[in-house]
Design a protein around this ligand. Structure first.
Ligand SMILES: NC(=O)c1ccc[n+]([C@@H]2O[C@H](COP(=O)([O-])OP(=O)(O)OC[C@H]3O[C@@H](n4cnc5c(N)ncnc54)[C@H](OP(=O)(O)O)[C@@H]3O)[C@@H](O)[C@H]2O)c1
Length: 323
């Protein structure tokens, strides 16, 4: 049994707590919040044995073996730095940091201190990834040439999402997933970017359109938005057919279609708790093997995506106070 400590008693921490409560090889031992009252209420809701009224107190608990960091993007850097300095392995929510400079600094510190750190970009850890790779290498859709993906939720009522000082904007919250979708299934560097965004009154990106040309000749057309509900589907189009994802983050079914919309195969995805269990287990496996990163999302890839997002924000003129 591996003991996890959650930092930040917010929205996604609840999903993590629910997941850990249903796992038999990992458990949430403690929750850390800036408020003891809030930590105690959260602990009560999910049957968590220990509640701390500060993040520092949780980091001092010698029985915590993995810290899951679920705070706004602008807080990822200071909280992860403190966790690494306390010698705690970390799983940091996406997007990993505000920018590539912060990411490189944290990864260098983790290496120097010999502390494990990973990004909780959960599609990377799902079993569906291997299923897709098998479908693609079977040749059933022919040579992949094009990817389309959308991720849009109306989360404009969340202060964290629109506030520049918290690292808000659709890109770090949602756009990171379509980018990840491309990086997972089209193994080639980006050679060209064409992009545009609509800004919210606060100055962060609210909706964006991103075209990527890859070095292998593939084209990706991606959209993300924090102020509308999208279909959130993805398609990988090849010379002989296409593969449809009903959801680019956590698909329930993969549909292989041949020309003229003929469905060749429908492949269901295995039952899961919430899907978060795979990222937690990947960390457990890596830590037990003495690794400092997960093979599913290596540090070099974390940095690559952070650099891509820096380039996109530079194109749009979206800057955070913490940049
Ligand atoms: N994997 C996913 O599917 C998914 C989905 C949504 C979000 N996320 C990611 O998870 C992280 C947190 O998102 P969330 O939606 O859970 O956010 P949230 O509901 O706003 O919760 C964030 C928590 O961070 C803590 N916090 C620390 N400093 C804060 C500050 N200055 N302002 C506000 N809160 C602060 C608060 O906990 P305390 O008051 O207890 O200290 C707060 O409850 C982000 O990185 C986000 O991108 C991931």
């Amino acid at each position: 049994m591996m003991n996890v400590g959650i930092i930040g008693a917010g929205h996604i921490a609840e999903k993590a707590a629910r997941t850990l409560a249903a796992m038999d090889d990992m458990q949430c031992l403690a929750i850390g919040s800036r408020s003891l009252e809030k930590a105690q209420a959260f602990a009560g809701r999910f049957g968590i044995p220990r509640a701390y009224g500060s993040y520092a107190d949780l980091l001092e608990d010698p029985e915590i073996e993995l810290v899951y960091i679920a705070v706004p993007h602008s807080c990822h850097f200071p909280v992860t730095r403190d966790a690494i300095l306390a010698g705690k392995p970390c799983l940091v929510e996406k997007s990993f940091m505000l920018n590539a400079v912060e990411a490189a600094t944290i990864l260098a510190l983790a290496r120097e201190k010999g502390v494990f750190v990973a990004e909780a970009i959960w599609p990377r850890y799902l079993p569906v990834k291997a299923m897709v790779q098998e479908i693609l290498s079977s040749g059933i859709i022919g040579q992949p040439r094009m990817i389309t993906a959308t991720l849009a939720y109306d989360v404009s009522d969340k202060e964290r999402v629109l506030e520049p000082s918290l690292g808000g904007g659709a890109l770090l919250d949602l756009g990171v997933y379509p980018l990840t979708f491309v990086r997972m299934y089209a193994d080639a560097p980006v050679s060209q970017i064409n992009t545009t965004c609509i800004k919210a009154p606060s100055g962060v990106d609210a909706s964006e359109q991103i075209s990527l040309v890859l070095e292998n000749g593939m084209l990706a057309s991606l959209q993300a938005s924090a102020w509308c509900q999208g279909d959130n589907q993805g398609v990988i189009a090849g010379t002989d057919g296409y593969l449809v994802f009903d959801d680019i983050i956590n698909p329930t079914c993969l549909r292989v279609c041949r020309k003229r919309h003929v469905v060749e195969k429908e492949i269901p995805v295995p039952e899961q708790i919430t899907g978060f269990e795979y990222q937690f287990r990947a960390c457990k496996r890596a830590i037990e093997a003495g690794l400092l990163e997960t093979p599913e999302m290596p540090h070099a890839e974390i940095l690559y995506v952070m650099h891509l997002m820096d380039r996109l924000r530079a194109e749009w003129g979206v800057r955070f106070p913490g940049d």
